[in-house]
Design a protein around this ligand. Structure first.
Ligand code: ACO
Length: 330
């Protein structure tokens, strides 16, 4: 029995922040951002719209495509590093907003690899018979934890949500479809290279943490870049090997959208033409855990991903964490 992705959905805030807007905030240029990152613009949420409000329409869209109701769900897992609150979880807020039954609902924190991790969790739950239908969401409002004084990182991040509904492939018209392989990894020794220091039990919120801007993303960009390149290649190759899908049979690569140069490098290493790579970084920037489900929903809804296609999703993020999922599309 396999776990199939029955529906996808996404949602992004209306407000667009362009590179030209950023030129007015920090010492940067549209040309630098485009050539060093591939980003042209990103979406930005307003102060009255928390992550759960982006997750809600994304989840509804995924349920609609799956032909299911919120009350059909057995579990909700939300991947995020920008939850509405430390607690209760954004997944519980979403359970209530969707009108789902009193099912298991929790958040998972694995940085930009978050969506890969929650796919792995849902796959295991469904295969174990613990749940029939699971809602996985990746949602972030990174612009709310962005250090707007740091030109090397503030140009990268954006807000958005993506969701999928998963269920047993035996219930579908194509039993053969679904998740073929998963691969996950972590290395906590490198955690300091990409971190939000303030607000946890190590450094509770205080006047000092606010004054020193410690509630925002701290990133050693070029070190993260090197590790991202190596780890995403490892995860991609491992996922393909475990799935038995050859490079020739791979139809789509959906990488975490952190930097177009990382994506280019990965495609070259896999000898995959860029026509087979789903790229959204130009319009959304790096949306961490929501970047893969946002890109997936784009490619499913515009008809690029078709029934029977082999899709490789691969990510790298804070932790460090990295991983991949190979899916045969329903
Ligand atoms: N505008 C103009 N110049 C800039 C800017 C900017 N916005 N930012 C940095 N620079 C300058 C630097 O000051 C430096 O100048 P110097 O040579 O005079 O000192 C120069 O550009 C090069 O700086 P680098 O940091 O070496 O630039 P790099 O080419 O590495 O690009 C970037 C920086 C885009 C951040 C890149 O390192 C990157 O994409 N890193 C990976 C990010 C990532 O993958 N994150 C994944 C997870 S994110 C998450 O989990 C939330």
């Amino acid at each position: 029995m396999r776990t199939a992705i029955l529906g996808t959905g996404s949602f992004t805030p209306k407000k667009v922040l362009t590179n030209l807007d950023l030129e007015k905030i920090v010492d940067t240029t549209d040309e630098w951002i485009r050539t060093r990152t591939g980003i042209v613009e990103r979406r930005i949420s307003d102060e009255n719209t928390p992550s759960s409000e982006l997750a809600l329409p994304a989840a509804r869209n995924a349920l609609d495509m799956a032909g299911l109701k919120a009350t059909d769900l057995d579990a909700i897992i939300v991947a995020t590093v920008t939850p509405d609150y430390v607690f209760p979880s954004t997944a519980c807020l979403l359970q209530h907003k969707l009108g789902a039954n009193k099912i298991m609902a929790y958040d998972s924190s694995a940085g930009c690899t978050g969506f890969i991790y929650v796919l792995v969790q849902a796959d295991a739950m469904i295969k174990a018979g613990m749940a029939k239908y699971v809602l996985d969401v990746g949602v972030e409002e990174l612009t709310k934890i962005t250090n707007w004084d740091d030109r090397a990182s503030c140009v990268l991040f954006g807000d958005g949500a993506g969701a999928v509904v998963l269920g047993p492939s035996v219930e579908t018209k194509n039993e053969d479809a679904g998740i073929l392989a998963t691969y996950t990894a972590s290395d906590g020794s490198l955690g300091d290279l990409l971190i939000q220091y303030g607000g946890g039990s190590a450094m509770p919120a205080s006047h000092k943490t606010v004054d020193e801007n410690l509630h925002t993303i701290y990133m050693v960009g070029n070190e993260v870049f090197k590790h991202a390149v190596r780890s995403m290649e490892e995860a991609a190759l491992k996922g393909l090997e475990l799935s038995g899908v050859s490079m020739d049979d791979l139809d789509w690569l959906i990488p975490h959208q952190a930097n177009i140069r990382i994506i280019d490098f990965l495609a070259r290493r896999l000898k995959l033409p860029m026509e087979k790579v789903v790229v959204t970084i130009d319009k959304y920037g790096n949306t961490s855990a929501s970047s893969i489900p946002l890109a997936l929903d784009d490619a499913v809804r515009d008809g690029r991903i078709k029934s029977g296609d082999n899709v490789l999703m691969v990510a790298f993020g804070a932790g460090f964490t990295w991983g991949s999922v190979v899916v045969r599309w329903l």
